[in-house]
Design a protein around this ligand. Structure first.
Ligand code: ZN
Length: 73
């Protein structure tokens, strides 16, 4: 009979930290608004819906507009 001199130990298991929804919600709202603003500038900042005069913003996001399939020209 062979017996091990070392007692088997259980490896510590990783327990995910609990994040309450109330801690995540403000960040989710913030990044949601940020993404909507970005989506506006990529998709609708042109012509009649333009907030900023000139073509600078449109030219900066022009490739992203085509990549995402927004109508352009
Ligand atoms: Zn275009």
């Amino acid at each position: 009979m062979a017996q091990s001199a070392v007692q088997p130990t259980t490896a510590p298991t990783a327990v995910p930290a609990k994040l309450p929804v109330s801690a995540i919600a403000p960040w989710a709202v913030f990044f949601g608004i940020l993404m909507l603003v970005l989506l506006y500038f990529v998709g609708a900042e042109q012509g009649a819906t333009s907030l900023l005069s000139g073509e600078n913003v449109h030219e900066w996001v022009h490739d992203a507009r085509h990549l995402l399939g927004f109508p352009c020209h």
